[in-house]
Design a protein. Structure first.
Length: 403
């Protein structure tokens, strides 16, 4: 999968006008098709973004050669509407894996392309070999004003119960997204560490609570759903944040049991005194606690005993990957058994294929989350989309059971 962004096309489109811009895009498609395999699929998901899907057999080297061919042909001058235009592009490359949904592969290509564009564009990078660099100075400077400018948004990703007789979407993970006016969509793995480093996460976390909790209060569901709020350890130490969560729950009349705070296991152990004291007030109000990134390790076993969570989550994204050995599945299976034997539920996250779903069900996981069920979506869609996702969960579990 190739994600191609025409560098600075959005700025050029205004003086060119829509008619010439459309002709330019048509010319770009012609050029790209000339260097791509005949069965390649091309689509414009955005006015400056071109998505390309094509089967290849030579792995990453062949994919990068193909991306270079696309970049080179697009770099030649284009004469259209009396203009001679010189283009450059940012290209992200991602390779699909057996059973991995195409949209997941495309998302990886897009995230990689965004990294290229952020660094100035006119380059190619592969999702499999490029680490995310620090944010450029210009983007760091824009981040403090992003909340004030309304550039942050909340997305929700559903979780489904793995109960064959009562499969349903019973909870959603709250995720933060940044759509910058100057830089476009910025990948979460790029800007979230910067928010922490700049000391902005407290204000953003407060905004998330005030924006997300009213959805729970206002939306009507046949069965009450729960929101999961990821909370790295640094957030737990922010003064008054836990108290503000309790106050917001009371002010909006939200049942405490409909809110779950998810803390990574290592952070939970380091903050166990805090969670055991200040958080206990929330737990008495019904707010639940989940231990994230749970594994069969001493630190996670300690967290289980110290904090008595309501749920643990397992990172199953690499389950079944050719790059991972059988010890990955064995470790996750042991972690699930550890949680279940202690009487806690286990949610498998990152489920993208049916074989992964079948595997975690055999272990006894009580719920799942991942692209196989649904991608994150804008929170404002929740009232309209919940019933559809609920049916998707039932169909998914029914087909897995029949298979």
């Amino acid at each position: 999968m190739l994600a191609v962004r025409l560098d600075r096309f959005a700025h050029a489109r205004l003086p060119l006008g829509p008619a010439i811009s459309d002709k330019l895009r048509a010319r770009i498609l012609e050029r790209a098709r000339a260097v791509l395999p005949a069965d390649a699929l091309l689509q414009w998901p955005g006015e400056a973004d071109l998505a390309i899907a094509t089967p290849l057999h030579g792995g990453e080297p062949e994919a990068l050669r193909l991306a270079r061919a696309v970049a080179d042909t697009l770099a030649r001058p284009v004469a259209v509407g009396g203009f001679e235009l010189f283009l450059s592009c940012s290209i992200g490359v991602a390779l699909g894996e057996p059973g991995c949904p195409a949209e997941r592969c495309l998302q990886r290509a897009v995230d990689t392309m965004l990294g290229v564009a952020r660094r100035g564009g006119d380059a190619i990078a592969s999702a499999g070999s490029v680490a995310a660099p620090p944010l450029p100075a210009a983007m760091l400077a824009a981040l403090p004003q992003a909340l004030e400018r309304g550039e942050f948004a909340i997305n929700l990703q559903p979780r489904a119960r793995l109960d064959a007789d009562a499969a349903s979407v019973d909870s959603y993970t709250v995720r933060l997204r940044w759509q910058s006016a100057a830089f476009g969509r910025v990948a979460p793995q790029d800007f979230l560490p910067a928010l922490e480093a700049l000391g902005l996460m407290g204000d953003v976390a407060r905004w998330i609570l005030n924006d997300a909790l009213p959805l729970l209060a206002a939306a009507s569901f046949p069965v009450p759903v729960q929101f999961h709020f990821p909370a790295p350890g640094a957030q737990l130490h922010r003064e008054h944040l836990i108290e503000e969560l309790g106050a917001a729950i009371g002010r909006l009349g939200v049942q405490g049991a409909r809110v779950c705070i998810e803390v990574p296991c290592p952070d939970a152990v380091r903050a166990s005194d805090l969670l055991g004291a200040r958080f206990e007030v929330l737990r008495r109000a019904g707010v639940q606690l989940a231990l994230g990134d749970f594994t069969d390790t001493e630190i996670c076993r300690d967290a289980l005993g110290l904090l008595r969570p309501d749920l643990v989550t397992l990172d199953a994204r690499q389950l079944g990957s050719p790059a991972q050995g059988p010890e990955v599945a064995a470790g996750l299976r042991a972690a699930c058994a550890l949680a279940r034997d202690a009487g806690y539920g286990a949610c498998a996250k990152g489920i993208e294929t049916r074989p992964q779903l079948d595997e975690v069900r055999r272990w006894g996981c009580t719920s799942m989350q991942g692209y196989l069920l649904a991608q994150p979506f804008p929170a404002r869609w929740l009232p309209q989309i919940h019933a559809t996702l609920d049916q998707r969960a039932r169909d998914l579990l029914a087909s897995a059971r029949d298979g």
